[in-house]
Structure formats: C-alpha cells, structure tokens
Design a protein around this ligand. Structure first.
Ligand code: NZQ
Ligand code: ZN
Length: 388
C-alpha cells in the first residue's frame, strides 16, 4: 500500500426499516429551525414527507419548506436556498431525497454565509468554506451517489456552462443519514438501474488507478461482486428487500472515501458524464453508462494489469490459453453483458448527444491528469462519437 492518507468519516448512519425513529434523537442536537429540502414531490406521494414532518412537529421544530430541488441541481436553486437559510436563521438543513437534494443541501450550507462568489470559490477554484456553515442531515430515498456519507456537491451552472463537483471536507458531510431501503422501493425502474450503474462507476473510477498491490482494491472487488449479484436480482424483482438493502449499503461504501485510501482515482468517466448532463440534463447514472465502455476500451492498454485483475477477480474470467489483452477484453464484455441485463442506456445518442451538440459537450469536459491515460480533446471527441 502506497501513500499517506487520513480517513475520517463523521457521518452517523441509521440503517434499516426502523431507522427513521432515530431522527427524533438526532434533532435534539440542533437548534429550533429546520429547513426541509426535497425534490419534485415523490416524498409527498409515497408518505415519507408526512412521516418526517410528524417527527419534526413532535420535536417542536419550526419547519422552513424548501421544495423543488431538481435532478442535476442548479446554482440558481442553491442561491434560492441560501436566501431561505439567511432569512429564517436556519439551524439544520434536512435533505430528504436522492443525491441531488443532498448535494444541493451541502452547497447551500457552504454558500449561505459566503461573502465571496460561492460558485467561483467552491466549484471553480475548489476552495473551502471560511464562513459559518449550516449542519446538514439526510433521509435518503434514492440509492447511487453516496452523497449521504460524503462531502460531494455536484452543481450545474448553465450560465457558466459547467456541471462541476466540489468535494467538501468532513465538516460538511451530513451529520447523520437515515437509510431505510423501503424508502427506495418507489423509485422508478429507470432511475433505480441508473443508480446501480452510478455505484458501479464509482467503484470502477477508484479501481482503475495505481499500480501497487493495495488492500483497498480487494475491498472494492468485494463490493463490485455484491453489487453485480444483487443488481441482477433487483432488476428483475425491484421489491426484493434483501437485494435492495445490500445495494443501498454498497452504494454508501462505494463513495464514502474508504476506497480512495492508498490510491489515486480516475474520474474521467464522470467528467464526460457531467458534460453530457450539462448539455442534455440526462440522468447522471445513464450518462456514465453510455460512455463507460468506449472509455475503458480506449484506456485498457494503458492499465492492462488492472483490467486483467478486474476480469479475473470481479467477473471470474479464466486466463487459460489467453493473452492479457484477451482476458481484459473478456472482462469488459462481461461488464457490457451485465449492463444490458440490468437495462441501462448503452448509447449517449439515446440521451440526446448528436453531431450538432458534440463539440459543446466536448468543450464542457474537464480533462483530469490522473488515471492510466490523460486524454486529449480529440480523444474525448472520439470517445463521445463512439458512445453515440
Ligand atoms: O425530485 P423527486 O420528486 O424526489 O424525484 C426524484 C428524481 O426525479 C426521484 N426519486 C428519488 N427518490 C424517490 C424518487 N422517486 C420515487 N420514489 C423515491 N423514493 O428520482 C429522481 C432522481 O433523483 P436524484 O436525487 O436526482 O438522483 P441521484 O441520487 O442519482 O442524484 C443525482 C445527482 O447527484 C450527483 C449527480 O451528478 C446528480 O446531479 N452526484 C453526486 C455525487 C456525490 N455527492 O458524491 C457523486 C455522483 O457521482 C454524482 O455526480
Ligand atoms: Zn456518480
């Protein structure tokens, strides 16, 4: 294992069907005013809103309603939330929803009292808060991003022309997160499988980097195998609690900073995915699914040993009588087969990428100098074209 690292994850998790009952205990740790942030209304239809509001009221909290956080949350919406926080002197932002709502809550937390332009300070310059921040708590309703136990806040700024991620430090991680797998049962199949691929992508982004033998990779392989197993069950029977709860747990560990310990990371698939999301507003996990195979086939030769390991340890590919290239290609073929099986979008064309907007997408891709190969802009265009 190489490198020096600090592992510090302060988020307290409550997991399982009974988990919401701990919310009342958590609320005692914060002041009287709670901003209840949520999305477009799914929590009103499935009863989660009523359950949360009842606990807030029983705990004597003043509720500040903050509805309408959209998938791929915008910076404009963050500014709106900041005004609500300041006007009401909010003590806790309770995000009830998926990654979009939780990412948004962290963005508001860091920006509400920021005296500089928050977009530039955090998302462009990747600075850290120097002002007062507001504690965030989460009730997770959609599985995939890992936002419930990390500092990630991915925000879209259409005026600036970028969808950018900021990873805040542990001070901005949710103080607590309630993970009830039952709450995810009403997620539509399309969103559900997009979340499954998002998890796989987080695992692969961290796996395909580095050359050292590293314990972290063995943990990662275990999570990938569990995800592949459970997602096959859940794609056929979304009501399978065992599979859905395993996937919820896997998603959290896939991106709560454990898997980067002693490793770098790649994250170029996410940069391309964010650019597609910016231009088309497509679902995050599907943007990743649509470009992953062309991307990995493109960089496979630069990190061949790890693609061979992926094929053998994750997919059980036999190496007998094959060259390393053949084994690595077989691994990617298994990945492709699994993607088709669970039903993710295989082509970015289906998400709205076409010859007319291809250059705009490419312009919005951040090229990171990490992973096994640093792409050129021409390579980005070639991968996008192949993904269509
Ligand atoms: O808005 P509502 O009505 O709640 O509907 C949502 C939304 O339309 C719906 N949904 C959520 N829970 C539901 C439900 N529908 C029925 N029943 C439920 N229980 O699902 C739709 C998608 O929700 P969203 O929160 O957008 O999904 P996701 O969790 O995939 O979040 C995506 C966002 O997270 C960012 C992505 O870029 C994207 O903006 N990411 C955040 C990361 C992080 N914080 O570390 C890392 C990821 O790589 C990712 O970039
Ligand atoms: Zn992701």
């Amino acid at each position: 294992m190489n490198g020096n690292f600090v592992y510090n994850n302060p988020t307290k998790l409550y997991f399982g069907e009974e988990s919401l009952r701990y919310l009342a205990d958590e609320l005692k740790n914060f002041g009287p005013t709670v901003m209840l942030s949520y999305g477009g209304g799914s929590i009103k239809r499935n009863g989660i809103y009523d359950a949360v509001v009842e606990i807030l009221k029983d705990s004597g909290k003043i509720i500040v309603e903050d509805a309408g956080v959209m998938p791929n949350p915008t910076y404009e919406k963050v500014e709106e939330g900041c005004r609500l926080v300041r006007d009401n002197n909010v003590d806790l932002i309770l995000a009830v929803g998926g990654g979009s709502t939780i990412d948004y809550a962290k963005g508001v937390s860091a920006s509400a009292y920021c005296e500089e332009d928050a977009w530039t300070k955090y998302w462009v310059n990747q600075g850290n808060p120097t002002c007062k921040t507001v504690p965030v708590g989460a009730v997770l309703t959609m599985v995939g991003t890992g936002s419930e136990m990390n500092g990630g806040s991915v925000i879209t700024n259409r005026k600036a022309g970028f969808k950018l991620g900021k990873v805040f430090g542990p001070g901005l991680y949710p103080r607590f997160a309630v993970l009830n797998p039952r709450y995810t049962m009403t997620v539509p199949q399309y969103q559900m499988v997009a979340g499954f691929f998002d998890i796989m992508s987080h695992l692969m982004e961290q796996y395909f980097a580095g050359n050292a033998d590293c314990t972290t990779d063995y943990i990662n392989e275990g999570l990938m195998r569990s995800l592949i197993h459970s997602s096959r069950i859940a794609a056929k029977n979304p009501k399978d609690y065992e599979a859905r709860s395993n996937i919820m747990w896997t998603a959290t560990w896939a991106l709560n900073t454990l898997l980067k310990c002693g490793k770098g990371g790649d994250w170029e698939v996410h940069q391309i995915g964010h650019a597609i999301g910016l231009v088309t507003d497509a679902t995050h996990g599907m943007t990743l699914a649509s470009v992953s195979l062309p991307y990995y086939r493109h960089v496979m030769h630069d990190g061949l040993h790890q693609f061979v390991r992926f094929a053998k340890n994750v997919w059980g590919v036999s190496g007998e009588g094959k060259s390393d290239e053949q084994v690595a290609e077989d691994g990617l073929r298994c990945l492709e087969q699994w993607m088709k099986e669970i039903g993710v979008v295989m082509h970015s064309g289906e998400l709205g990428v076409n010859e007319a907007n291809l250059q705009a997408v490419a312009d919005a891709v951040l090229i990171l100098p990490v992973g096994y190969r640093t792409l050129t802009r021409d390579e980005v265009v070639a991968i996008l074209r192949e993904s269509m």
